[in-house]
Design a protein around this ligand. Sequence first.
Ligand code: MLT
Length: 242
Amino acid sequence: MKLNILFSPIVADELYFTGKTTVVIDVLRASSTIVTALKNDAKEIVPVATIEFAVKVSGGMFGGQTLLGGERNTKKIEGFALGNSPLEYEEKIVSGKSIVFYTTNGTKALVKAKFSENLLVCSFLNLSIVAKHLVSLNNNVEIICAGRNNFFSLEDTVCAGKLAAEIISLEPEVELNDSVAAALALNEKYGNDLLAMLKQSDHGKLLAENGFEEDINYCSQLNVVNVIPYYFNGVIKTMKPE
Ligand code: MLT
């Protein structure tokens, strides 16, 4: 089993992912929101790469069972029912619903990786169960850090390093490369106090400036949700752990 980490989705094109096992990480906040919505019994998440497509897709779906969610510049988009705060995705709001979801970086990375054979979503919230599932698949793994506007992000890389460390603890024979060594080193440096790391990250500072401190606290929790979000045929659903 080999691991590789892409520090930004821009370094690969869609075809690169064909037939691969891929994990998308966008700690602040898209992957944390997807994990939370599925934990709270959303039927499915439909990730889209543009706002226009989100509106078009939701128009063709079954009225009251569909919600539009996501953000532009961290804020809820006009006409959308939900923003990108995981705390908004409460059970009473999302249970049974299909959520058409657009975010600046996270959903674009997911759509880019859509030709993967296995495509999973990871955050700190569900890291351990995703690691276990990846080890059980026993395939080579590509980990995409969604980053910010195609640039590097600290929190996604620390999460990738922590995921790699967890995989290695379960499967010591894993083959590592420079990208994994770098992410493991950042996880060693920052990974013991996730909240402090998130607060000092560029994206954490931006979210705090926009009043989303609670989201930062929430997204810093490690292994509190046993959900494996799994993309298949254009939608993300919960894969039930064995
Ligand atoms: C994204 O996908 O860019 C993020 O989730 C942005 C955000 O924090 O809302």
